[in-house]
Design a protein around this ligand. Structure first.
Ligand SMILES: C[S@@+](CC[C@H](N)C(=O)[O-])C[C@H]1O[C@@H](n2cnc3c(N)ncnc32)[C@H](O)[C@@H]1O
Length: 277
């Protein structure tokens, strides 16, 4: 379970703004497996409301989807009911650190924006992330593909305008994201070969809603990014007061533009592509 977000509750609004950006990158990486794409058995680890599963289910053989949150899984089950009935996807409630799957039973794993919820820090050597990656190495057969959707430190620092409303929360969310170099090193330690990194620079996680300067005033909008769940109540109050003040002064659009200036060059997310050696 996330160490800071209450996903059973958030699940009601998550899809209001959240978009599965970069699904075409996942498919491109999966297509590098020696088996045909349409025969691959793929794990969606921390599948959430099933948005990425839905984006790829018609192109792969079968999906195993796992998440800890009953609420998120409920949304995913509703979204993918026909595919589940047809045996194209199976859902599991549980931890990605203890997969209910046999060794070597999968061709590919995709994990999208999950591991910052594990509660790791650089000081503890990202020990939980190591355990999760070890599980992926166990369930993947030789040549298995891993597509790991995460954010770089530069993306966390400069590609989400509203993080600048909450300086303390901004620092703390950055610390929750293992730097890409640390993830690559952990992948190598677990026997993966790093094959590359891809950034969908033209897409944003909350779609057009991201550009709405008044967005943070709405709980449904905030539920599209767990950043808000780890901000203190006082800091949230200060952030919302700042939005109202900027809006009243006619300066809100300029604030968004200033703090969004580097996103088109950096993108918001990075897909690491690795194969099991
Ligand atoms: C930001 S959401 C991402 C959901 C989905 N992958 C997406 O990109 O739309 C993070 C998800 O990870 C799940 N999660 C967090 N820690 C987990 C764990 N240890 N095991 C399984 N799921 C976990 C949460 O319940 C939540 O659904």
């Amino acid at each position: 379970m996330s160490v800071f977000e209450t996903y059973d509750e958030t699940s009601r609004h998550y899809d209001t703004t959240r978009v599965p950006i970069g699904a075409e990158i996942i498919l491109g990486c999966l297509a590098r497996h020696e088996k045909p794409l349409g025969e691959l058995v793929v794990l969606d680890a921390g599948c959430g409301t099933g948005a990425y599963s839905r984006a790829i289910v018609g192109r792969v053989g079968r999906i195993e989807a796992i998440d800890m949150s009953a609420g998120m899984l409920g949304q995913a089950r509703a979204k993918l009911a026909p595919e589940a009935a047809a045996g194209r996807i199976r859902f599991h409630q549980g931890s990605i650190a203890e997969l209910p799957l046999e060794a070597g039973s999968l061709d590919a794993v995709t994990i999208n924006q999950v591991v910052h919820h594990l509660g790791d820090t650089a000081e503890d050597g990202f020990v939980r992330l190591r355990a999760v990656i070890g599980e992926f190495a166990r369930v993947l057969g030789p040549g298995g593909v891993l597509v790991f959707n995460h954010c770089s430190q530069a993306q966390m620092r400069h590609a989400f305008w509203y993080y600048h409303l909450c300086p303390e929360g901004h620092d703390s969310i950055c610390r929750r994201f293992a730097p890409l170099e640390a993830v690559r090193a952990i992948l190598e330690d677990a026997g993966f070969v790093n094959r590359g990194a891809f950034v969908p620079v033209d897409a944003v996680c909350q779609g057009d809603a991201y550009f709405d300067g008044r967005g943070p005033l709405s709980k449904a909008w905030r539920d599209g990014d767990s950043f808000w769940a780890q901000v203190s109540a006082d800091e949230l109050d200060r952030a919302l007061a700042r939005v109202r003040k900027l809006d009243a002064a006619g300066a809100l659009e300029a604030f968004v533009a200033e703090h969004d200036a580097r996103r088109p060059e950096l993108g918001q997310i990075t897909f690491l592509f690795a194969t099991r050696g």
